[in-house]
Design a protein around this ligand. Structure first.
Ligand SMILES: [Zn+2]
Length: 95
């Protein structure tokens, strides 16, 4: 990169570009979704809230995907948020 060149900015991904969810296999994908919501956590900066993993605006596409997969697998929103932040276990009956 040339001296003085401007670093490219990661574009903000819009909701309509979310990764698709396979509703029939949400329970199969729940393990990967758990990883996604744990790894793609927010970090506050003076210019906004960004994902610590991929630097996208938070909630980033992978966090949103994981969140929605876990809802489809039967988790409550509160359970997903607690698990994602490390303050709660997976709900009983899930893995
Ligand atoms: Zn992310």
């Amino acid at each position: 990169m040339a001296v003085g060149a401007v670093r490219p900015v990661v574009p903000v991904v819009q909701e309509e570009q979310d990764y698709p969810i396979d509703l029939e296999n949400a329970e199969r994908d729940a393990g990967l979704a758990q990883w996604a919501v744990r790894v793609h956590q927010p970090q506050d900066w003076p210019h906004g809230r960004f994902c610590v993993n991929d630097r996208a605006r938070w909630p980033c596409p992978l966090y949103r995907w994981g969140f929605r997969v876990l809802l489809a697998a039967g988790w409550s929103e509160a359970a997903v948020e607690a698990y994602a932040t490390g303050s709660g276990p997976p709900p009983a009956g899930t893995r």
